[in-house]
Design a protein around this ligand. Structure first.
Ligand code: HEM
Length: 224
């Protein structure tokens, strides 16, 4: 017999579902700003291998010529991003949920097993709670990245008043560089995260919306 078990608390779901559109807007508005002065490239010596970004990217995604809109959105939603992030960290710390989230000593070895399993190799999944080892590492890294986006954002927002902050990050140029590459990190995270959500299936997605999952009654009893 199947029974309903609580998987995600209401607060966690609110923070998650608020963060999704806010982070998407921050990435979108950040790219509208970046278009106006797109300086970053990857290359070897004097040779440019890739320029962030080729014109067709801006054109096909409608990211060009909207600098003022980008700045208006970025500086309005930046505060929401900050408040939601700080509230989430406080909630996780005070509720004790951090214990399920922070990587443990064994997480790094176990994460390798999870990746092998996800790649379709015949490796069993290590025993897990709400989050597996790979999720613990990724979600904790995303929280650290969020804090760094806030800090580097503030440093380039008020580089004169907060020059000590810009100094801590290596100066204005370095803070801008870090702010940009964190955004590329979120884009990478989005791709992997959405792939994993699709792979984990509908019940997993449903539990992030409703908070509940179906489990075998016998298994639940054993755990109790
Ligand atoms: C995850 C959240 C965020 C993302 C994804 C993000 C992304 C970006 C990107 C891609 C740029 C363009 C970078 C460039 O031109 O080199 C940018 C610029 C900027 N961001 Fe953010 N950002 C975030 C949060 C913040 C926050 C919280 C602030 C704080 C106020 C902030 C302040 C700024 C400033 C001041 C600029 C430069 C604007 C200019 O050059 O005039 N950002 N952001």
């Amino acid at each position: 017999m199947k029974v309903l078990v609580e998987k995600h608390k209401l607060a966690t779901r609110w923070f998650h579902w608020l963060n999704f559109p806010i982070l998407s807007l921050m990435i979108y508005s950040g790219l509208l700003i970046y278009w106006a002065n797109d300086v970053y490239t990857v290359g070897v010596g004097g040779l440019t291998v890739f320029h962030f970004f080729p014109d067709w990217v801006y054109e096909s995604l409608g990211l060009g010529r909207k600098l003022s809109k980008g700045m208006a959105l970025h500086f309005a939603f930046g505060w929401l991003f900050a408040f939601n992030g700080i509230a989430y960290v406080l909630y996780t710390a005070l509720s004790g949920e951090w214990r399920e989230l922070v990587p443990q000593k064994k997480s790094f070895a176990e994460a390798l097993e999870v990746v092998k399993h996800d790649l379709g190799l015949k490796v069993p999944l290590p025993a897990q709670g709400n989050y597996n080892a790979a999720q613990r590492i990724t979600y904790s890294a995303i929280i650290v990245m969020g804090a760094l986006s806030l800090i580097s954002g503030l440093a380039i927002y008020k580089p004169i008043q907060l020059n000590w902050l810009a100094g801590l990050l290596g100066g204005y140029k370095a803070a801008r560089f870090e702010h940009f590459w964190l955004t590329m990190g979120y884009l990478g995270f989005f791709l992997i995260h959405i792939g994993q959500v699709i792979k984990a299936g509908w019940p997993n997605f449903r539990s992030m919306v409703t908070g509940f999952d179906l489990a075998d009654a016998a298994e639940v009893k054993n755990v109790e």
